[in-house]
Design a protein around this ligand. Structure first.
Ligand code: SIN
Length: 476
């Protein structure tokens, strides 16, 4: 089958097995068919992962580092192919998809370096004849369940640290966007990644496939990015074989603009934060609190920028807003806007669905507690604006949510910066920065937003066990 990014027929690597279709959300047409693995296949993936782990765990950190470096370079060489795959399978505008590939490759680069810095410690004993130290060792084969909104970066953010630590990994990509995952696995094999170290299991029956890994005590860790609801379920399933767990779950990010903020910059960064990936990002702001004294100029600056956003075919270089990923996603956005308007919010810009899966970039004002948009993640291009009068009030409102992933603060006052950084219950705080994510920093949330951190030196800890070694010497 020929698509906007070439011939895809060779992506189905298990001819003879059943397949499922991947749809391009911009056209509604089938892009490719991939293998629909079942429970029996999953058991074979687990065997292969366990077998590969027996040798991969004993490779040197330097050897793993070199392979990861080569994987990083292969991603850079494949940037056009990867970006086109991301864009075609989930609707991300092509320029943004290129940015995602760079971000994704950055995790392979970072962990290629970090692999060599897994140091144990020696520490003192109260006995003259004892020597105490720790070893850092891989936890074992890992099962990774990844989301559709970042088909490259959410895979490398898990796979790169796992491989660097000496773990093997099975990735189950989202049914909506598995093509990029298949390409990433292929690149890993091309650069010499040993068989079974990194495998992608494509499947349209996630529960059946996952059940095999949850029941298998050889799989020692689950890492998941997705909704809180699914995360809780997978956490419970993992308990059966007491797996290590990392969960990157939903968010409901507040973006607080104080009266002394640089209004033009704040408006520009609201656009970046809210409208990237058409609002389908866990760290997208979902509540924009604006000090009442600057409401008019902020709304003016923001409206000018939002009206100018170009909605259209994600394959075109100047498109800034693509379609929502599927009908379910679009319906949620429509419902959130209708609910807010029925309860007193007004539409400043946009507010309408377009043909297909598109929704206009939208600004809502006079948004208030009690509206669905104030409680649930919209995952769409809608910016709800809420006025506030004082700092204590806005901190309380920002923290009044089960979620705690990312929060943003706009001010030029150093004391406000420190007070808000300390008092907001969120894992990531952007101060005059609407896009803080980067491979070397810890990414993760508090409360219902998850457990554990990805990225930086924190990210590799999740794949390591600490072993204590006590050496008793002969007493002399
Ligand atoms: C996500 O939506 O989970 C990832 C966003 C990011 O890494 O910035």
């Amino acid at each position: 089958m020929t698509t906007s990014f070439g011939l895809l027929t060779d992506l189905n690597e298990h001819p003879g097995l059943p397949t499922f279709g991947v749809t391009n959300p911009a056209t509604g047409k089938e892009l490719v068919r991939l293998t629909d693995h079942d429970a029996q296949s999953a058991a074979r993936f687990a065997d292969s992962s366990f077998k590969a782990f027996q040798s991969w765990r004993h490779t040197t950190a330097f050897a793993r580092s070199q392979l990861l470096r080569r994987w990083f370079e292969r991603m850079l060489a494949g940037i056009d192919e990867l970006a086109q795959a991301i864009s075609a399978e989930m609707g991300k505008p092509i320029q943004e998809a290129r940015g995602e590939v760079m971000y994704a490759a950055g995790f392979a680069e970072w962990y290629a370096e970090e692999a060599k810095r897994l140091n144990g410690e020696t520490f003192a004993s109260q006995h003259r004849h004892k020597r105490l130290h720790t070893l850092r060792q891989p936890v074992g084969p890992v099962y990774a369940v990844t989301p559709w909104n970042f088909p490259a970066a959410m895979i490398t953010r898990k796979v790169a640290p796992a491989l660097a630590a000496g773990c093997t990994v099975i990735v189950k990509p989202a049914e909506q966007s598995p093509v990029t995952a298949v390409l990433l696995e292929r690149y890993w094999r091309e650069v010499g990644g040993p068989e079974g170290t990194f495998q992608v299991i494509t499947s349209n029956r996630p529960a059946q496939v996952s059940a095999v890994f949850f029941a298998d005590s050889r799989i020692r860790k689950l890492t998941f990015t997705g909704s809180t609801e699914v995360g809780v379920h997978l956490y419970q399933q993992s308990a059966k074989t007491l797996k290590r767990v990392s969960l990157e779950l939903g968010g409901h990010a507040p973006f607080i603009v104080f009266a002394d903020a640089d209004i033009q910059r704040a408006a520009e960064e609201i656009v970046q934060c809210k409208f990237r990936n058409a609002g389908q990002t866990c760290v997208c702001t979902n509540r924009i609190y604006v000090h009442r004294s600057i409401m008019a100029p902020l709304l003016d600056a923001l409206s000018t920028k939002v009206v100018a956003l170009k909605l259209g075919d994600p394959a075109l270089a100047d498109t800034q807003i693509g379609p929502l990923v599927d009908r379910h996603g679009l319906n949620k956005v429509v419902e959130h806007v209708e609910d807010a308007v029925s309860k007193g919010a007004s539409i400043v810009v946009g507010g309408q669905r377009q043909s297909g899966l598109y929704f206009q970039p939208t600004i809502l004002r006079d948004v208030a507690p009690g509206m669905r948009i104030m409680e649930e993640e919209t995952f769409g291009p809608v910016a709800p604006i809420i006025p506030f009068d004082d700092e204590d009030e806005v901190i309380a409102a920002a923290n009044d949510t089960p979620f705690g992933l990312a929060a943003y603060v706009w001010t030029r006052d150093l004391e406000t910066v420190h007070r808000l950084s300390e008092q907001l219950d969120y894992g990531i705080i952007g101060i005059n920065d609407g896009t803080p994510s980067t491979p070397q920093a810890p990414f993760g949330g508090m409360k219902a937003s998850g457990i554990g951190r990805e990225g930086g030196h924190w990210g590799i800890e999740e794949y390591l066990d600490t072993k204590f070694v006590s050496v008793g010497l002969a007493q002399r």
